[in-house]
Design a binder for this molecule. Structure first.
Ligand code: FMN
Length: 345
């Protein structure tokens, strides 16, 4: 059944979605997600209790997280039944944003496989409308609420107001498409104040989402500042900034398998450097079961993806979960955390 459904999605992606102009493909894909009750089908979910992990003390039924991109509550609700252990909202900003003008998303075919470049610019309904809507979203799996601000006060307000509706809160300081958000990584000295303010604004576990474009600042200044202020979960990380003349902003964030090698190296390096002092989510280019397995072996507690959800389809989560279960069987391990000692570490 899973194989047949997987085959059908790939055929639809290759034959239709990947040929349509990007805006039409996005509209069709999101309409499909909204209207097809895929989340009612058990085929997407794994029953294996050994895959459960915790992040900030919150139990996730498995380590796969849908990365930040959707704010539509129907889509988020569906995604919660598609095998993920947690689901992340789009980064919400203080005011509503229409996003950057089109073209703001293009496909790219790389030697590693299909990817995306976006300059979405945080298209979202804004704090007021989202705060009013979020309580209606049932949490079939934990919800990670993502926020992005342009000042310390904005972040603190967003975390304070939205924290109550998430199981965890992700502080996005890394999206490359909005100068004021991306610039946080270039002034790591000021991040201490930001981290202190958001830590004081909620009791929920906080995640800081980093950019792969600033590895030195991340490791020498930003992660130490986060840890100092009680933020213990690092999501490493966001898209990589690249020039792209097809986009309205002339540049955007690259996602998909091209950035995976760096994601793996980063996971391994962060775990070696910071030991067990932090919890790590690895994000960037995970679009196959072996890639998820290798970042978990390398030191990640959980891993997230978005582009793979589009290019490989909703059954990717189940394929990854089955691969993780078979690896635990093969090695005779009782729980996922024990994978860390594996050959990729
Ligand atoms: C169209 C699009 C919109 C995105 N919006 C956000 C966002 O609002 N906040 C955020 O932290 N990351 C955002 N991302 C980044 C993803 O969450 C993820 O970190 C990145 O795409 C790398 O993972 P992937 O290679 O699995 O896609 C967006 C990515 C795409 C493609």
């Amino acid at each position: 059944m899973a194989r047949v459904a997987d085959f059908i999605y790939r055929a639809i992606y290759r034959g239709l979605l990947s040929r349509l102009p990007e805006p039409a493909a996005v509209a069709l894909g999101q309409a499909g997600l909204r209207w097809l009750p895929l989340d009612r089908l058990p085929v997407f979910r794994s029953p294996d209790p050994r895959l459960a992990v915790t992040l900030g003390g919150v139990r996730l039924p498995n380590p796969l997280i849908l990365s930040s991109m959707y704010y539509d509550l129907v889509i988020l609700q569906r995604a919660m039944g598609l095998g993920f252990g947690a689901v992340t909202t789009k980064s919400i900003t203080l005011g509503p944003r229409p996003g950057h003008p089109r073209p703001n998303l293009v496909r790219i075919e790389t030697s590693a496989g299909p990817g995306l470049i976006n300059c979405n610019g945080f298209q979202n309904p804004g704090l007021g409308a989202y705060r009013a809507a979020l309580p209606s979203l049932p949490h079939r799996v934990p919800l990670i609420v993502s926020v992005a601000g342009e000042s310390v006060d904005e972040y603190a307000t967003l975390v304070g107001e939205l924290g109550a509706f998430g199981d965890l809160v992700e502080v996005n300081i890394s999206s490359p498409n909005t100068a004021l958000v991306y610039q946080w990584s270039q002034k790591p000295g000021e991040l201490g104040g930001l981290f202190k303010a958001v830590r004081g604004a909620t009791t929920k576990p906080l995640i800081v989402k980093l950019s792969p474009d600033f590895s030195e600042a991340n490791e020498d200044a930003i992660i130490p500042a986060a840890l100092e202020h009680g933020i213990r979960i690092v999501n490493y990380g966001n898209t990589r900034r690249v020039t792209e003349p097809r986009l309205s902003q002339g540049a955007g964030g690259l996602s998909g398998p091209e950035i995976f090698p760096e994601t793996l190296v980063n996971a391994r390096r962060i775990r070696r450097r910071f030991g067990e002092g932090l919890e790590l989510i690895a994000t960037g280019g995970i679009d196959a079961p072996e890639k998820a397995l290798s970042v978990l072996e390398a030191g990640a507690d959980a891993c997230s993806y978005f582009t793979g959800f589009i290019t490989r389809g909703p059954l990717l989560a189940r394929r990854i979960l089955d691969r993780l279960s078979s690896e635990l069987d093969h090695r005779g391990l009782a729980r996922l955390g024990e994978l860390r000692a594996g050959p990729g570490a």
